[in-house]
Write a protein that binds this ligand. Structure first.
Ligand code: AMP
Ligand code: GLY
Length: 421
């Protein structure tokens, strides 16, 4: 089979390394890929949102299956466009990807179908939003409706901060069109769990749970990032919670999307908070999470491509989705200054014997050298029998990888270890 993967981050590198395990895979193209992915796939210089060029490339190169993993091409209808040309795809069509593309949509969906989530109000008018936040309970959470690179969420500790957030989104357009509508919601507390799930629109098969570390600094301090590291499984996700999530959240969500005529196929990401009143949805993503994918897929024992094809063909119920009974830890190495401003172009050295543990994100190849080219540069994942061993092994690898300006959190997995005791 000839496969095309749209995207070029650590998540895509993890997907590509996994699907290479399938003997039927003859060739993988990554659009655009990156300097590290180039070791595992042929990278083609077409951007992940350049849908016309992606479709032309797929048609001209007899692609048998296209895997679309980033949020923006999914929301923009990349799968719709490829399917129109008869190309089979992994990933939701635009009408289903809206579950991530519009927070107002997903919140209304949850309200309509009784899926547990934080109480909320939606506003299209700034004056109404401002009078609401003047008196709303504090802390409160202000969210831009549309995609905002994971940065469109502000937790306001005072009514004044809440007003500033509304003005910056709705008047100053800090997130462009994404902030024309805002969702203002109740602040929830409790441990967070990420659950990625395969679905063909009928059956849901959740993957092993994981824990992301979103803030830039140790101890969850500082700015939000795309994610600085992950561990799996997440110790807060007990069998009892998993059962509740299946009954109260996962199956109702798939059913709700069908009833709305928006059948979801692909990987649906449930960002959950385990509150005193049970699990609640913080957010949906229409795709694999990153860096969650970098711990979840290495733990997958079953064949990824077979599962992906089953989500497309509708036979997920008969397809094995099995995970190793082990622990994984991924530490992200970033460029110092991320997520604000950082230098690029520094040479990355990765010892040969650990290169199969490394998923490359922000890097490019120049004259045979791998150079830093982004905020999150790479992720290092190790799997061991215990979480502590997996964490230690990942940090051991990190100590052997070098590039100027490297920054990483020193406490990935620490919170999970405390929860285990
Ligand atoms: P999101 O992009 O929606 O995942 O939000 C980013 C982060 O903001 C989440 O991972 C949570 O830590 C936090 N967050 C979002 N919504 C809420 C909420 N209603 N209550 C508390 N924290 C929240
Ligand atoms: N790690 C969170 C996300 O992929 O959105």
């Amino acid at each position: 089979m000839k496969i095309l993967v749209v995207g070029g981050g650590g998540r895509e590198h993890a997907v590509i390394k996994k699907i290479k395990e399938n003997k039927d895979v003859e060739k993988i193209f990554a659009l655009p890929g990156n300097g590290g992915i180039a070791a595992d796939a042929e990278c083609v210089n077409i951007g992940a949102t350049d849908i016309e060029k992606i479709v032309d490339f797929a048609s001209e190169n007899d692609i048998d299956y296209a895997i679309v993993t980033p949020d923006d091409p999914l929301v923009l209808g990349c799968v719709n466009a490829l399917e129109e040309k008869g190309i089979k795809c992994f990933g939701p069509r635009a009408e289903a990807a809206i579950i991530e593309g519009s927070k107002a949509f997903s919140k209304e969906l949850m309200k309509k179908y009784g899926i547990p989530t934080a109480a909320f109000e939606t506003f299209n008018n700034m004056d109404e939003a401002l009078s609401y936040v003047e008196t709303c309970p504090i802390p409160t959470v202000i969210k831009a409706d549309g995609l905002a690179l994971g940065k469109g969420v502000i937790i306001a500790e005072t009514n004044e901060q809440a007003k500033d957030a509304v003005v910056s989104m709705m008047q100053d357009k800090a997130f462009g069109k994404s902030g024309e509508t805002v969702v203002i919601e109740e602040f929830l507390t409790g441990p967070e769990v990420s659950v990625l799930a395969f679905t063909d629109g009928k059956t849901v098969k959740p993957m092993v749970s994981s824990m992301d570390h979103k803030r830039i600094g140790d101890g969850d301090k500082g700015l939000n990032t795309g994610g600085m590291g992950t561990v799996a499984p997440n110790p807060y996700y007990t069998d009892e919670i998993a059962k509740r999530c299946m009954d109260e959240i996962f199956l109702p969500t798939i059913g709700a999307m069908n009833k709305e005529g928006r059948t979801f196929k692909g990987c649906l990401y449930f960002g959950l908070m385990i509150t005193e009143n049970g699990p609640k949805v913080i957010e949906y993503n229409c795709r694999f999470g990153d860096p969650e994918t970098q711990v979840v897929l290495p733990l997958l024992e079953s064949d990824l491509l077979t599962i992906m094809l089953a989500t497309t063909n509708g036979n997920l119920a008969d397809t094995e989705v099995k995970f190793k009974n082990e622990n994984a830890c991924c530490v992200i190495m970033a460029s110092d200054g991320y997520p604000v401003k950082y230098g690029k172009g520094f040479e990355i050295t990765i010892p040969e014997d650990i290169s199969d543990k490394v998923f490359v994100a922000g890097a490019k190849l120049e004259n045979g050298k791998l150079l830093t080219n982004g905020g999150r540069v790479l992720g290092v994942t190790e799997i061991r029998g215990t979480l502590k061993e997996a964490i230690d092994a990942s940090y051991e690898d990190v100590s052997k990888i070098s590039f100027e300006n490297a920054y990483y959190r020193r406490d990935i997995g620490k919170k999970a270890l405390l929860a285990e005791v």
